[in-house]
Design a protein around this ligand. Structure first.
Ligand code: HEC
Length: 149
């Protein structure tokens, strides 16, 4: 009796085309979301647009960072940052955690930093920094920084 009810329910839910189409649509949406979700995980860097990155840098970073060697503002100069050890800019004395880290700045580590500077070293960064939420924006800024070696 119970089995009969179950299989009846199974039939009604499975073979109604409307439901099947809806379930299919939901599965497609879930698949798309999980695929794009993977691509956008911090640390996976797509090739960026350096010209757009320069504009974003002016808007979001230049108040605190220059890209000229030795020019320190609120933050250290980011000239030559890719390939440099984190916390190693001479003359910048307000590092709060980067100097003792073993991090080397690569497009991947920069991407993780920019996605969440406060979380980057488990809360050891206590100065005011800026997070860049969109993966494309991060990629473009990183492409711009790569031109400043
Ligand atoms: C409000 C000021 C401020 C803004 C805006 C800001 N930063 Fe910073 N940034 C800092 C400070 C201060 C540090 C040093 C962090 C520490 O050690 O506490 C830092 C550190 C860094 C470092 C590590 C440098 C090193 O020598 O290891 C990078 C890379 C960086 N910022 C990139 C950026 C980028 C890219 C932007 C724009 C999206 C940005 N920051 C916006 C203040 C800022």
């Amino acid at each position: 009796m119970r089995l009969g009810q179950l299989s009846y329910r199974y039939r009604t839910t499975t073979y109604r085309p409307g439901t099947a189409a809806r379930v299919g649509a939901i599965l497609v949406v879930l698949a798309v979301v999980s695929v794009t979700g993977c691509e956008e995980a911090p640390g996976t860097v797509m090739p960026g647009d350096a010209a757009r990155g320069a504009m974003l840098f002016r808007q979001q970073c230049a108040a605190c960072h220059s890209v000229e060697p030795g020019l320190i503002r609120e933050g250290p100069s980011l000239h030559g940052v890719i390939g440099a050890r984190a916390g190693s800019v001479p003359g910048f004395h307000r590092y709060t955690g980067l100097r003792s880290s073993e991090v080397v700045w690569t497009p991947e580590t920069l991407d993780r930093w920019l996605a969440d500077p406060k979380g980057f070293l488990d809360g050891r960064i206590t100065t005011k920094t800026v997070r860049v939420n969109l993966p494309d924006d991060r990629a473009d800024i990183i492409a711009f920084l790569a031109t400043r070696r």
